[in-house]
Design a protein around this ligand. Structure first.
Ligand SMILES: NC(=O)C1=CN([C@@H]2O[C@H](COP(=O)(O)OP(=O)(O)OC[C@H]3O[C@@H](n4cnc5c(N)ncnc54)[C@H](OP(=O)(O)O)[C@@H]3O)[C@@H](O)[C@H]2O)C=CC1
Ligand SMILES: O=C(O)C(=O)[C@@H](O)[C@H](O)C(=O)CO
Length: 277
């Protein structure tokens, strides 16, 4: 059983979700259906993943009630003008075959382009129309979040950011906590690169009889952050959620936090300068 965290308004959100980047076509549908059938109730997709149709079909075929599933999708950078944002949301809903999406997130701030406040306003208006339950963002830095608050009066419900043992984002997590923004961790397993070399993770895995990936996901849970690991395999989907039967000590949590590196980003995608369309 995956426990819940709470949003700013006390609404529950699963404390662990399922990522779907690269899960496409028939195999993708089977993997997403498998994730739903083994207990994931928070599914992360994006317009740009070109798999919203697969997510919609998996939901329909899973037999799990729509209202028991929370679906996240994301607005591409090229659609941040007000009317384009609303049209992109309409296309996402059509692709998903849903009347509403639980969370629609601005995928990247693209600060050089300069339209993210306009996009946020469009999504706040779509929320009033019942098309989105909560508006969120990804990859926003404190300066972008502050600007949203100053210009629209609201913070997003969620900020989905790169977060894993090499990049644990302590300052941004603190900012989120202060302003009741839920933190989600993308690439929580660092797409499995490098982490299997880490002695601290290996030692903890041996101590708790868990895999290093379970140690990482448990650490993220204990930070109060929602990880959204992706896996195509049922066995690894089950493994990734078998993390609620043990607890790391606060010293062990700190030991993993100490792996943080200034250059720890997976692909050097610094949202202050990186733009994705
Ligand atoms: N908002 C944003 O800008 C971004 C959002 N995301 C979201 O975050 C999700 C997760 O991040 P992602 O980049 O996919 O990377 P992850 O860190 O989730 O790693 C996924 C990789 O790890 C493998 N894996 C998963 N579980 C295990 C396990 N227990 N043991 C061994 N290998 C494992 C998977 O292989 P296999 O499938 O074979 O199991 C896959 O190759 C994405 O799918 C997407 O939804 C990602 C990037 C940016
Ligand atoms: O997966 C996502 O949500 C992304 O934003 C990706 O584009 C990710 O940034 C990436 O893998 C870029 O090559």
């Amino acid at each position: 059983m995956i426990p819940n965290f709470s949003l700013y308004n006390n609404k529950p959100i699963p404390a662990l979700g399922f990522g779907t980047y690269k899960l496409t076509q028939a195999g993708g549908i089977e993997s997403i259906k498998s994730a739903l059938n083994c207990g994931y109730r928070l599914i992360d997709t994006a317009y740009n993943y070109q798999n919203e149709r697969e997510v919609g079909q998996a939901i329909q075929e899973s037999g799990v009630a729509r209202e028991d599933i929370q679906v996240i999708s994301k607005l591409p950078g090229r659609f941040q003008r007000y009317d384009d944002a609303k049209q992109a949301l309409a296309t996402s809903l059509e692709n998903l075959g849903l009347d509403y999406v639980d969370y629609y997130l601005i995928h990247w701030p693209n600060p050089k382009q300069g339209f993210y406040v306009e996009a946020f306003q469009a999504l706040l208006d779509a929320k009033k129309e019942g098309l989105i339950k909560e508006v969120g963002v990804c990859n926003f830095l404190p300066e972008h979040l502050t600007r949203l608050k100053e210009e629209t009066g609201e913070y997003p419900a969620i900020n989905q950011i790169e977060l894993h043992p090499y990049f644990s984002q302590p300052e941004l997590r603190e900012f989120h906590q202060k302003h009741e923004i839920v933190t989600q961790a993308w690439s929580p397993l660092l797409r499995t690169s490098l982490v299997d070399e880490e002695p601290v993770l290996r030692e903890l895995a041996a101590k708790y009889d868990k895999s290093i990936y379970q140690i990482i996901l448990r650490w993220i849970f204990q930070l109060g952050v929602i990880a959204i690991p992706k896996s195509s395999s049922r066995a690894r989907q089950e493994q990734n959620q078998a993390i609620f039967d043990f607890e790391l000590s606060s010293t062990e949590v700190d030991q993993i936090c100490a792996l943080d590196r200034p250059d720890g980003r997976q692909k050097n995608q610094d949202p202050a300068v990186y733009e994705e369309f």
